[in-house]
Design a protein around this ligand. Structure first.
Ligand SMILES: Nc1ncnc2c1ncn2[C@@H]1O[C@H](COP(=O)(O)OP(=O)(O)OP(=O)(O)O)[C@@H](O)[C@H]1O
Ligand SMILES: [Mg+2]
Length: 249
């Protein structure tokens, strides 16, 4: 199974939530791996993958070697030093981002674990290349997608636009998880949950609190991870259990 985690924007908490979801699943004995297709602002290892694997407590050589190469590692196929959108960072590095490289890495990793969580890059309409948006690859691969959004003021427009872009491309939507930046008015957060669910026609799994240390949010995310897994299983059933095999061909 694959879960694609996108965000309404860069810095919204995709890595933080991917790490905690992976940890909550790993703590239940699920063999979980993560992937980041394109990391920018990192020259030879994906800081997002390092953050996630450190939280998982997995510092084995095998894991580290899995993402320490510049290109060719399945966990982080493209690590580019210029901190910008993948299309520009790859141009600066003289690298051509190839979807085949990403697809092959995705399916190799997917077949080596029970659940693969793929962290997106920025928001859905970020260009991977000048000819392809991130969301177009997600659509080609029909990846069930979770949207991470801010919980406070300003999230409605971004979240509803993201959902619209996913629906337009018939991408299976898992739901929305709100992440607190700290200090939001609780009445706004409550109404955002309701409004996104009603107008966006999606499940909102909850609001992750702002915490000092990621593990302090583990008890909050565990029930959300359980629910996400159950939605993912239903979606897989709906899409047909062999849909990934078909896409792979
Ligand atoms: N609930 C939270 N509590 C405390 N800190 C958080 C929380 N969510 C995110 N952060 C912190 O906010 C910052 C941005 O989050 P994160 O790196 O997960 O965003 P992102 O969406 O993955 O960004 P990018 O687009 O660069 O990959 C990080 O320093 C992260 O540790
Ligand atoms: Mg990130």
């Amino acid at each position: 199974m694959i879960l694609f985690v996108t965000g309404t924007d860069t810095g919204v908490g995709k890595t933080f939530i991917t790490a905690l979801l992976a940890k909550a699943m790993a703590d239940q004995g699920i063999d979980v791996k993560v992937q980041k297709w394109v990391s920018t602002g990192n020259s030879n290892l994906s800081e997002d993958c390092v953050f996630i694997y450190e939280l998982l407590g997995n510092k084995s050589d095998e894991t580290i070697h899995g993402f320490q190469g510049t290109t060719g590692s399945d966990t982080a196929p493209y690590c580019l030093s210029f901190p910008a959108s993948p299309h520009l960072a790859s141009e600066k590095a003289g690298v051509t981002i190839k979807t085949k490289v990403i697809r092959d890495a995705l399916f190799r990793l997917e077949s080596s674990c029970e659940i693969l969580i793929v962290e997106g890059v920025g928001g859905v309409l970020v260009p991977l290349t000048r000819a392809m948006l991130l969301v177009d690859l997600v659509a080609d691969l029909k990846l069930p997608t979770l949207v991470v959004a801010r919980s406070g003021l300003g999230t409605l427009n971004h979240t509803l636009l993201t959902l619209e872009a996913l629906r337009y491309r018939k991408i299976p939507i898992v739901g929305v998880l709100l992440n607190s930046q700290g200090g939001e008015a609780s009445s706004i957060v409550r109404d955002n949950q309701r409004t996104i669910a009603e107008i966006g026609q999606v499940e909102v799994f909850g609001v992750l609190p702002r915490v000092k240390s990621p593990l302090n949010a583990l008890s909050s995310i565990t029930p959300m991870a359980d629910r996400i897994l159950s939605v993912l299983k239903d979606l897989e059933h709906f899409l047909g259990t062999d849909y990934l095999d078909e896409i792979e061909k």
